[in-house]
Write a protein that binds this ligand. Structure first.
Ligand SMILES: NC(=O)c1ccc[n+]([C@@H]2O[C@H](COP(=O)([O-])OP(=O)(O)OC[C@H]3O[C@@H](n4cnc5c(N)ncnc54)[C@H](OP(=O)(O)O)[C@@H]3O)[C@@H](O)[C@H]2O)c1
Length: 258
């Protein structure tokens, strides 16, 4: 049976303006690179201005716009600057913070930091770009979540809940925005070798490079997917765990190292 895609597929990036927040390193940077190679005008944001400028210099037509995503005013100012020059076709929230944490070493300051970077930053970005997208009846919003948002996982006390919130946010946004002509997608990667995961002391299963992650993301947009998750050989197992009864889920998770 033919099922239509949940979002308008994005097949041609030529001349499209894409703003990626969280693009100085890792998945965001590799995605910016992939879209630039396909002809998009990419605006890269994050705190590390030097890395962003280096990207813009290497990729003519792209632009560095340094900011801290936890600063609502900075996001609003950046959005106004960009929107004054033309519409934003795609906006991606890829900024992320991760520190392993368990309940026997709870650090509420760190937990709040996770909420600020991983979740509240996405809200500031939405607040800044949604009115213009609604007025135009076009555009696409992508949030980078994680498979860590599917269920509670070991070491994920600070990180996991923020990613669960993003997944829920994206679903609700989709319900509200689809009929208004705005695409919404949630990107849930498995393990990707980036500065975020560099301190993981365990062997990360099905580990991808940022470039492989970027390829999967671009393919997902091209398919018009709502959820873009990869690599499937890892994420499908985690999806299966979502429907496993709690007793079995906790039994299995208690055996996971670390
Ligand atoms: N790597 C994985 O295995 C994996 C798996 C699932 C999901 N993810 C998610 O993928 C996204 C990208 O992570 P990554 O793995 O590519 O790690 P990364 O290379 O560390 O990238 C994180 C990005 O977020 C930016 N950032 C952090 N705090 C920020 C702030 N306050 N304001 C603006 N930008 C900020 C960083 O730039 P600055 O430091 O320059 O600000 C960087 O560009 C994150 O949302 C992460 O949770 C990663």
């Amino acid at each position: 049976m033919f099922l239509p895609p949940l979002n308008p597929p994005i097949t041609d990036w030529n001349g499209k303006t894409v703003w990626i927040v969280g693009a100085s390193t890792g998945i965001g940077r590799a995605t910016a690179q992939a879209l630039h190679a396909r002809g998009a005008r990419v605006v890269v944001s994050a705190r590390k201005a030097e890395a962003l400028t280096a990207f813009a210099q290497k990729n003519p037509g792209s632009r560095a716009l340094p900011l801290d995503a936890t600063d609502a005013a900075a996001i609003r100012t950046a959005a106004s600057q960009l929107l004054a020059q033309g519409p934003l076709d795609c906006v991606v929230y890829c900024a992320g913070h991760y520190q392993a944490m368990r309940a026997d070493a709870i650090d509420v300051g760190e937990m709040v930091r996770h909420v600020e970077v991983n979740y509240l930053g996405a809200l500031h970005l939405l607040d800044a770009v949604l009115p213009a997208m609604l007025a135009r009846g076009a555009g696409h919003i992508s949030l980078v979540g994680s498979v860590a948002g599917y269920r509670g996982l070991p070491q994920s006390l600070a990180y996991g809940p923020t990613k669960a919130a993003l997944i829920n946010l994206a679903e609700t946004l989709y319900l509200d925005l689809h009929d208004k002509g705005i695409g919404v997608s949630i990107i849930n990667p498995g393990f990707v070798q980036t500065p975020l995961t560099a301190d993981n002391a365990f062997d990360m299963p099905a580990l991808l490079t940022p470039e492989q992650a970027a390829t999967a993301i671009v393919k997902g947009w091209q398919r018009g997917a709502f959820e873009i998750h990869f690599p499937k050989r890892f994420t499908l197992w985690l999806k299966a765990l979502r429907v496993v009864p709690n007793r079995i889920f906790f039994f299995l998770m208690r055996r996971v190292k670390p």
